[in-house]
Design a protein around this ligand. Structure first.
Ligand code: PHE
Length: 372
């Protein structure tokens, strides 16, 4: 049966593909049946004829009949089909003539571009984490991890947050429901920081240790441009004989220079964490404005014009923490150590100039594609 252009009612991608395939197939069949030059001319006019050729009809019937929202997609499909038919018809030969034509033996046109499967790219938070972890690995640190669903004991108690201590309020916690029948220290929660892995690792490994702990943590913070109920931390812990605050400063200063570039400076300011004493917040000189607080004639926003950006919390491991793992060789009279914890997402936001943390977790391909 000779091909006639059907009216389309269904403009879905699948229906358009099918209609285009039927048309191409008919064109191939007609081409294969051409016996002489006259038939070849008739074939060409029938498909490509300007006034009433099949391609002209397809333009009329398919495109004009398309509902508004399908017009664009239908237009693209019709153009593809036209290019294919045109190539077919222009290359058509009288059957039996010696020349080779791929359509004689193939029903798949291997000259069409293939389906694209992009490889993707590393997520900026994963990249930041990997790079920071690598800085510490080069210093001899190994990587440790622990559970995201944690007990009260590891998340708080063994880190020197006693039950009901107000310091717990600084980490707005998501508790697992239905735990009331358990003793307080066994109740489950989503870890609010990666610090519980300090305890878990010290229970397993005797000193000396040097570890970094990347991982997800959760807090009951409503999402906004700088908060997310799930985010990522990188923790560090070094314990040995005679570790001093000087080691802490030297190690972190070196790590920041490796990560942000050798021109950044660090500054340590007193702070409080129950599990370190003394505790500090570490700032780096703003790597965006170079520490000047200004970008040209504009104020530098990321450092709030101060020239310094807060990067992490740190301090010397509190002897009370060692008491919980004393039996594994951590006698606070014999060993000392330092610990630090930083937000990988926050560092990625600053480093890549992203202004909304939510973009990291929405999975929008248009955002993620930019990191290829
Ligand atoms: N766990 C702390 C927090 O999440 C950070 C920290 C880690 C501070 C290690 C000191 C030592 O805020």
């Amino acid at each position: 049966m000779a091909y006639t252009v059907p009216k389309l009612t269904d403009y879905s991608a699948a229906a358009l593909t099918q209609a285009a395939e039927e048309c191409t197939l008919s064109c191939r069949e007609e081409e294969a049946a051409i016996r002489n030059d006259d038939e070849l001319k008739t074939f060409r006019d029938r498909w490509l004829g300007r006034k009433n050729g099949i391609l002209t009809q397809i333009n009329e019937v398919w495109l004009k009949g398309a509902p508004k929202e399908a017009k664009r997609e239908a237009g693209i499909r019709v153009n593809e089909l036209k290019a294919r038919i045109q190539e077919l018809v222009e290359g058509a030969k009288v059957a039996g003539s010696a020349s080779f034509h791929s359509s004689d033996i193939e029903s798949v046109d291997i000259t069409l571009p293939g389906a694209r499967r992009p490889i993707g790219s590393e997520h900026p938070v994963a990249k930041t984490t990997r790079e920071l972890v690598a800085v510490f690995q080069k210093l001899g640190y190994s990587v440790a991890d622990g559970p995201v669903v944690e007990t009260d004991y590891y998340n708080f108690e063994a880190l020197n947050f006693p039950p009901n201590h107000p310091a717990r309020d600084t980490q707005d916690t998501l508790f697992i429901a239905g735990q009331q029948s358990k003793p307080a220290r066994e109740r489950l929660l989503l870890r609010t920081h990666t610090s519980p892995v300090q305890i878990r690792t010290m229970e397993k490994m005797r000193p000396p240790i040097r570890i970094v702990i990347p991982g997800t943590v959760h807090r009951n913070d409503p999402p906004d441009a700088s908060h997310s109920p799930m985010f990522h931390q990188i923790e560090g812990l070094a314990v040995d004989t005679n570790i001093t605050f000087g080691d802490l400063k030297g190690t972190l200063d070196h790590a920041m220079k490796e990560f942000f570039g050798s021109s950044v400076k660090t500054s340590f300011r007193p702070s409080f964490f129950p599990f370190t004493e003394p505790s500090a917040e570490m700032y780096v000189s703003c790597f965006i404005c170079g520490g000047s607080g200004r970008r040209g004639s504009d104020p530098c926003r990321p450092c709030k014009q101060s020239g310094w950006i807060e990067i992490l919390g740190c301090g010397m491991v509190d002897p009370n923490v060692f008491e919980f793992v004393k039996d594994n060789g951590y006698d606070p009279k014999k060993v000392s150590g330092f610990a630090f914890g930083m937000g990988a997402d926050r560092i990625a936001l600053l480093k890549y100039g992203v202004d909304d943390i939510q973009l990291f977790f929405q999975g929008d391909v248009r955002f993620l594609e930019q990191w290829g």
